[in-house]
Design a protein around this ligand. Sequence first.
Ligand code: SF4
Length: 461
Amino acid sequence: MQDHQLFNRPLVEKYDRPGPRYTSYPTAPQFHAAFAEDDYRAAAERSNGATVPKPLSVYVHIPFCKSLCYYCACNKIITHNTERAAEYLAWLQQEIRVQGALFDETRRMTQLHLGGGTPTYLSNDQLGELMASLDAAFHFAPPEEREFSLEVDPRTVTPEQIHELHALGFNRLSFGVQDFDPDVQKAVNRVQSEEDVVSLVHAARQAGFQSISVDLIYGLPLQTVASFDTTLDKIIALRPDRIATYSYAHLPELFKAQRLIRPEDMPPPERKLELLELTIRRLTEAGYVYIGMDHFALPDDELTLARENGTLQRNFQGYSTHADCDMIGLGITSIGKVGDTYSQNVKETAQYQHRLQEGRLAVFRGYRLSDDDRLRRDVINALMCHNRIDFAAIEAKHGIVFRDYFADALEELREMADDGLLAIRDNEIELLPAGRLMMRNAAMAFDAYLAHSTGRYSRTV
Ligand code: SF4
């Protein structure tokens, strides 16, 4: 697909408004405290009793970082005191034991993601202990069936450690690069040398990682089209399998760290769109395929192939090629998805320890999906992963008449159809190339909660 088909400036401007990213439906603002530990235990039990229980996917949140990036909106703890991480790891292992006991031993763990914070804040010895506990509790699938990934802060690892991470069982990693420009790096307090990133990417290739991903951010202070073009040049030369380009949402009233960014350094709103346009043009010209929602991948990458053959999926970490799993969230703030429920752990380490000390789970809120939620989730996933909603498939699965059930949504989408962003046909809705950047806008038409939601969302483009 050509970049000019994807990026239509007036339409991008028109539809750029706050909206959910739909890593789940319903989205997190709908989770509530009436869903408690017992509900989670019951969901785990039901999942064991399925005719064919799903494989397990585990997310582990490591909240520690050594220094503060000023753009950060993550849940993190800035500290040089490595004792705190050791203590956290001990509680994490307790949670792993308690959670592991809820899932049948015959089930296998096929997917793992370590996020943060900075997972590589932990030493490789600590990561080794963590992997051993996870294997004991959730039973790793054979190596060829695993998708085990972690986020790597290039400032925290050496090429030798990258080899060790592979030996520990990780086969995918993503490097947080954001921008190579020295002035931008200083303005956000995240200084890392290009040479280090290059040698780490080469080490990851030599070590045999199946997929190497690089994260970039556009819209950062002092970024110009020329400076970001240079960063893109360097990244394209490295040829990672996947590139994620996130839009920086500057919300200093919400995120304290962002108040450290000088307001006068912030690019004007139109610059962000220029940066987005540049990114799409450079990456598509370099042969990358737009997957959706900030993600690009090489044509032979599994994500691209999954998009082509209709098996692409979405979860809390973004796009995934893996079969539908029951997902277990471990560590503070983490979110799980077991059967027809979502659940989230407490957000503070003190509460986390307190609960585990009492022999309880750390789940503090969650949600059990209704039939209507499941239906809408399928519709939104179809849009986000396949650019297409097949009415007959949805009708057969959910026993509804699509045009009747979603008459309001179809009416709402008429404007996007008139603008050439999507096509509403007798038997399907298709997102057209010009509408693919606006897939969140289309999904919002099917969200039953949005009108009453108090959630704060990033902009949709
Ligand atoms: S951006 Fe990442 S490394 Fe930086 S402070 Fe936030 S969580 Fe830590």
